[in-house]
Design a protein around this ligand. Structure first.
Ligand code: PMP
Length: 380
């Protein structure tokens, strides 16, 4: 199998799985229990939380564990909006967000919030002037992803924060960092709120991270018991938390070395694929090399995906979570429906080998030839 869909999800690393199994077996107590089994589990959980807080230089109290980035995005956006709606009901988001952000905005629109969409240029970079213009006295929140999930476009969060705070110091800045964590350096101090997910960084599925700096008040969306996780009450999933801490530690080491290797693989794919007349690379200087998006002008992306699958090669169309007819991100880049209507996402990891890329390119050629022929016969 050649897996090139690491942005959809990643395989759990062996060390992470081992931490999960060990903490499941050896720490069965409920961390909310007062007896020694509970105390022992709570101590383990606290040390995992501290590890994460230390890695990001944040406070332990600024971390909430969620079910994944979708839930973190909900908490960040809806939780902030509910808390500050007496000051304003306006939100700004980019046109490069994950579908979960747009679903949340859609819900908020239904209950009276107004959403503005900030423009970006052809490289995918947020238009700073447009951002300035869109921030108003009643803007409670701006949400802009750190790395776009379809194209890999990476935003300069620190600069965006400065623009936002200069226009309106009361406006909070949230960033969905799900595709950035583990691929590039992330700094939670660039934002007020952030979302991330363990299964994108070789961690287990079912746990996400929500960061909120201590100045932001969030209205909880869930109510229950348990003091250790105010915004996500109930019994904390300690083995998932321990495994997540391990995954974060592993995924934030050797980033530059991994990125250089991945860039070489990405360059190899681009060099080959740009030889095809009917293939277009949707990549710019701000895109990270882990994600490569291409448009197929004459072949339906879904057909191509399934044809590659016959060779046990796995890629994505748009994002795994969107089932739209065209890629909203490629549309946001180029405003070209034809280019956005048949896109493939190839996502690469430090686990990918040169041999895998060579085999992928050979199979891409075969599939392209076969499907182009079918298309020609259809026309004739
Ligand atoms: N945000 C981004 C940028 C993503 O790529 C994804 C996963 N495709 C999500 C949010 C949702 O993450 P999860 O599956 O953890 O809910």
């Amino acid at each position: 199998m050649i897996y090139l869909d690491y942005s959809a999800t990643t395989p759990v690393s062996y060390d992470v799985l081992e931490s999960y199994i060990r903490s499941t077996k050896d720490f069965m107590g409920n961390p909310n229990s007062l007896h020694s089994l509970g105390v022992k589990t709570k101590a383990l959980m606290n040390s995992a939380v501290k590890q994460i807080a230390d890695i990001f230089s944040i406070l332990e109290s600024e971390i909430t564990f969620t079910g994944g980035a979708t839930m973190s995005n909900n908490l960040a956006i809806i939780g902030t909006c509910l808390s500050y709606m007496k000051y304003g009901t306006h939100i700004v988001v980019s046109k490069l967000e994950h579908p979960s952000i747009y679903q949340i905005c859609h819900y908020l629109e239904g209950v009276g919030f107004e959403i503005s969409y900030v423009n970006n240029d052809e490289d995918g970079l947020i238009d700073f002037d447009d951002l300035k213009k869109k921030i108003r006295p009643d803007t409670v929140l701006v949400s802009i992803c750190a790395v776009n999930s379809e194209t890999g476009a990476r935003q300069p969060l620190k600069m965006l924060r400065q623009i936002i705070k200069k226009e309106n110091p009361q406006t909070f800045f949230h960033s969905d960092m799900t595709q950035a964590l583990g691929k590039v350096t992330v700094n939670f101090h660039d934002v007020d709120l952030a979302s991330a997910s363990a299964h994108k960084i070789y961690g287990p599925k079912g746990i996400g991270l929500f960061y909120k700096n201590s100045r932001v008040n969030i209205t909880p969306l869930l109510y229950g018991s348990g003091h250790s996780n105010f915004l996500n009450p109930g019994t904390p999933p300690v083995p998932l938390i321990v495994a997540f801490a391990k995954a974060i530690r592993l995924a934030t080491t050797d980033l530059d070395k991994r990125e250089n290797f991945i860039r070489r693989l990405n360059d190899k794919i681009v060099d080959e694929l740009k030889k095809y007349e009917d293939v277009c690379i949707n990549h710019s200087k701000i895109c990270i090399p882990h994600i490569l998006n291409i448009s197929l002008f004459n072949i339906k992306a879904e057909t191509f995906l399934h044809a590659l699958e016959e060779y046990e090669i796995y890629v994505s169309t748009n994002t795994a979570c969107s089932s739209g007819e065209f890629s909203t991100s490629v549309m946001a880049f180029y405003n070209d429906k034809r280019r956005a209507s048949s896109t493939l996402r190839i996502s690469i990891s430090h686990l990918t080998t040169t041999d895998e890329i060579n085999k992928f390119l050979a199979c891409f050629h075969l599939v392209h030839q076969k499907l182009s022929l079918v298309k020609k016969e259809d026309v004739e």
